[in-house]
Design a protein around this ligand. Sequence first.
Ligand SMILES: *Cc1c(COP(=O)(O)O)cnc(C)c1O
Length: 468
Amino acid sequence: MSDFPYTDRFTVNRTMPEQGRPREEVLAELREMAQAEDPTWETGKVSGTMYCGDHEHYRFLDEAFGLFAHVNVLQRDICPSATKFEGEIIAMALDLMHAEAITDTEPVGMVTTGGTGSIIHALLAYREHAAKHSAKPGGIARPNFIKPETGHPAFDKGCHLFGIELRKAPVDPQTAQVDVEWVANNIDENTIAIMGSACNYGYGTVDPIPELGQLASERGIGLHVDGCLGGFVLPFANELGYDVPIFDFRVPGVTSISADNHKYGYALKGASTLLFRDKAYRNAQYFFLPDWTGGKYMSPGIEGSRSGGLIAAAWASMVQLGREGYLRYAKAILETASAMQDVVRKHPELTIIGSPTFCFAFRSDEFDIYHVADAMKPKGWRFNGQQYPNAIHMAVTRPQTQPGVVEAFTADLDDAIEYAKKKTAAGEAPISAAIYGGVPGGMTDEAAQFIEGFMEHILDTQQSLPPL
Ligand SMILES: *Cc1c(COP(=O)(O)O)cnc(C)c1O
């Protein structure tokens, strides 16, 4: 776990300070922390996390954010601009996802606070839509939803929150794509929707969306495409000649798509777009309370007050970059990802899982892959460790496209493989396996304790520190 490098330098606030401090002093403290943290990812050796990494772009977003940061978009009479930003973000995203192919229903969308926000709103919409429109006599009492096991945990979270049973479909170990037959066999009269990823986070593979779409159409249920990660990259992959299956509204049966502005949309954290083929789905999840003492209350989604700054910044990013900008960044990212995958493929000890896109995972049959992570960590590499099977994951983002990163990856991976072989021959267990290693049989008491301890570490550490 990370230690706290700031506690010896800055006051630990365990009570509200009696007297406020000068703004410049507070800002100086913040600057010092930010400047200490940025160099860790600026090297391009950190998987995912910093999707843009361009400080000039960040300054532009900060200015757009700053102009509207204080505005509450729930109060539209005060900020009609928010209606312009939100409406245009939705329209531009619908355009990217080929909503022009929709002729029989009205495509719509909403802007949420992130990928998880988009996914849980989709789940709520499907649940409410099914409750209202289900052909089943008596309605759907115990709704269920099917995701491939590679689908994001936000689906588990949403199903948990909304009382939806989640069924997890296996994926083919070779292609890392969902077993469509399993999905077909597990849809029943209580299934509200299914999902596929374009692409999934773990392996960067795209599920067979056209087949899932056909299945969803035949069975009269929804199909959500999780484009949280790929939504702003993969639409350009085809244009650039990469073999990526179509996953957008051109596929019949796709009823909703999520795409994260705050990932490859290069917006600030706290923005994602959720699109629906049919207005009836989105509108099913509206909340309103007409008889509250405080007046008639309504909100388009789960959140109440939201900052206008995030919407303004997401809009600013889209109109400033335009198709040309996104295409240019997608090209650099896809080329870098291909180059890194070629480096991995040159090592017969390593296996790339499925046919990935701009993010990929690799494993080894010859040694525990976490030895490789152990060897690369001191050189500044930060990968995500995966389990079932143990694998190393790399989401290629703009910081990796800077000169020298692929070369460093090539050299450091060579060394790491030598290290892994030596450690394996010596019968030593990898260090990082303690955190990432697959827990056999799922959750053990030990794993639960570790996870709880980690969350407490994040939330509670500051309170237990001694004062300076
Ligand atoms: C990141 C991600 C999400 C969830 O997004 P958050 O913004 O972290 O809430 C969902 N699906 C995929 C494929 C993702 O990569």
